[in-house]
Structure formats: structure tokens, C-alpha cells
Design a protein around this ligand. Structure first.
Ligand code: ARG
Length: 306
């Protein structure tokens, strides 16, 4: 169903057609401000999650092509993409989502679980400071940024613009960081426990579709977290095992278009049924490192409510 002629085709539409398609996106769509890092030095040179296998080589040219195309898709959809310079020796720096959590122009910076990634903290902190995103200094607790923090709107009756952060923990992020996020960013944080090592970051188990709508793989959470998710998001899209294993949960939504790993076909049709526009995207090289669309993407939420 999906052809990819020199990277110019996205699902059934060319990247240019997507730009025109914006007109039809409706009220749910909001253009976003994103940070990404080109995978110049991307490789699988250590193993810190069950997807990584140093004996399976990364096709570097293909990884660059897949990533370049993801940038073109975002831009064609009206999003503004900032690019941070990659640093040699930091093969996972491409996973910009892990660099911090940005809400209201303030950043809560990452503090990585594994030494292999700690070198990413400084270059990202430098970028944030140089680009006007303020922080209250280094994080006291281990956290892997938007990898484990997902931002949604407040429950019914909340003031408009109120943000609630869903915080994952269990594998990477220390649950104590959730209080630090609450204190520093002035948001509510709901802690959700991850239980399947394949879905070690929240963004491998749950995707935010709009302020009030999410999709998730229930099997990735403990029973208490599942119960909370069911109550707060009774109409959520449930992602099945096959689509979760194809990294379907690691999707990025602008409220209308959902850029999603191309293997997650049931999820894509569920999205279409609800009026979203899935944009199937091939990021297979990054799956070798345990990542996909969302991992490559950090949302920069500005001082003005966005
Ligand atoms: N190899 C990276 C790691 O294990 C992948 C990170 C994926 N990022 C994400 N936001 N889930 O840390």
C-alpha cells in the first residue's frame, strides 16, 4: 500500500500534497515547534534496551534518508523544526525526545540512566540556553525527558491551557523526578508504571493524539496505571501487541496528522476511523536502537500557551 519513491511519497500522498492537505486539518491541528538531531553519528554500539544488538549493523545511509524525510514531512505539515548539531561519539543523540521536557518555555533537562548517554546532557543544555529555553539548573533525579513525559490537557473543567504531564517510570526515569517536574514546571504529574522491558520509555507505550485523547498499549503498564488510564481516557485508542512491537505507540500527533511507524497498520486504520490522518513513515533503522518517530522528536512548548 505504501510506496516510497525517492522519499517523496508519504502514504498515498506526496510530501507536497501534505502541505496542501493542511487546509483540511480543522481546529484540532496546531503547528508545532520541534527539536531534532541529524543521525550523523547514529549507530548501535552498546546495548541498553532489548532492541539493541551490536551485531546487527545499521545502514547509515538509509538512516539518514529516513530521518531527512521525517523532517520534510514535519515541515510539509506546517511545523517548525530546529536542528541541534550532532556530536561524535554520541550515537543516540538522534533521540532528541530524551533531552528534556519543555513546557511554557522552561526546560526540565534530562539526566540519563546510563553513562553511555550522559554525554548528551551538556550539548542539549547548551542548545536550550542559547535558544531562550530557561531551566533551574541540572535535574537532581534521573529522567529521560519526553521519552518518559507526555503532556496532555487538564481534565474537564480545568482552565484552558492547563497542562498535565503523564510521567513514566520503571526502567529509565526515577519516579522522584516527577515531583521535580511538578515543582519546576508548575504542572500536575501523574505517575504511570511501565512493566515490559521492550517498552522501557513511556513514549514506546503511549502516544498523545490531542490534549484530550491518547493511544496506548495496555500491556505495557501495571494494573494501577491501566485503571487510571481507563478512567481518565475512556475513549483512548488501544494499541495491540503487533502494532506496539512495530513501534506504533512511538507516534507524533499535531492534533490531526499522526506520523506513525509504517508497520502499525491496525493503529493507522483506528486513527482514520476517528478522523485523524495517519502518515505512515518508515524509520526501520532507528528501531534497531529501540526508537522511532517520537523518539527523534522533542516538542518545544513556548511561553505562550501552545
Ligand atoms: N537507544 C536509545 C536508548 O536506549 C533509544 C532511545 C529511544 N528514545 C525514546 N524516546 N524512546 O536510550
Amino acid at each position: 500500500m505504501l510506496s516510497s519513491v525517492e522519499g517523496r511519497t508519504v502514504g498515498f500522498m506526496s510530501v507536497d500534497a501534505l502541505a496542501l492537505h493542511d487546509e483540511a486539518a480543522g481546529d484540532a491541528y496546531r503547528p508545532r515547534h520541534l527539536l531534532m538531531c541529524r543521525p550523523e553519528y547514529f549507530a548501535v554500539s552498546y546495548e541498553i534496551n532489548p532492541w539493541m544488538n551490536t551485531t546487527i549493523p545499521v545502514d547509515h545511509r538509509r538512516a539518514l534518508k529516513q530521518w531527512d524525510r521525517l523532517v520534510r514531512v514535519y515541515e510539509a505539515l506546517g511545523h517548525r523544526v530546529e536542528i541541534i548539531d550532532p556530536v561524535p561519539g554520541l550515537p543516540d543523540m538522534v533521540f532528541a525526545a530524551n533531552s528534556g521536557l519543555v513546557v511554557g518555555g522552561q526546560v526540565y533537562p534530562a539526566r540519563f540512566r546510563f553513562d553511555e548517554r550522559r554525554g548528551e546532557e551538556d550539548p542539549y543544555a547548551t542548545w536550550f540556553a542559547a535558544n531562550g529555553f530557561t531551566s533551574h539548573g541540572e535535574a537532581a533525579f534521573i529522567n529521560e525527558g519526553e521519552g518518559d513525559f507526555a503532556t496532555v490537557g487538564g481534565p474537564a473543567g480545568c482552565p484552558p491551557g492547563k497542562k498535565v504531564v503523564l510521567g513514566g517510570f520503571g526502567f529509565r526515569t526515577d519516579v522522584a523526578s516527577h515531583d521535580e517536574v511538578r515543582a519546576r514546571l508548575g504542572v500536575d504529574v501523574v505517575s504511570l508504571r511501565l512493566v515490559d522491558p521492550r517498552y522501557y520509555h513511556l513514549d514506546t507505550a503511549l502516544a498523545v493524539l490531542s490534549d484530550d485523547d491518547i493511544a496506548y498499549n495496555p500491556a505495557a503498564f501495571d494494573e494501577g496505571s491501566r485503571a487510571w488510564l481507563r478512567t481518565r481516557f475512556p475513549h483512548a485508542v488501544l494499541i495491540d501487541d503487533a502494532d506496539a512491537a512495530a513501534f506504533g505507540c512511538n507516534a507524533f500527533s499535531d492534533g490531526h496528522h499522526v506520523i506513525v511507524s509504517e508497520g502499525a497498520t491496525n493503529f493507522a486504520s483506528a486513527l482514520r476511523d476517528r478522523g485523524y490522518e495517519p502518515v505512515p513513515t518508515d524509520l526501520s533503522e532507528f528501531r534497531k536502537s529501540g526508537g522511532s518517530v517520537k523518539c527523534c522528536t522533542l516538542e518545544l512548548r513556548g511561553a505562550n500557551p501552545s
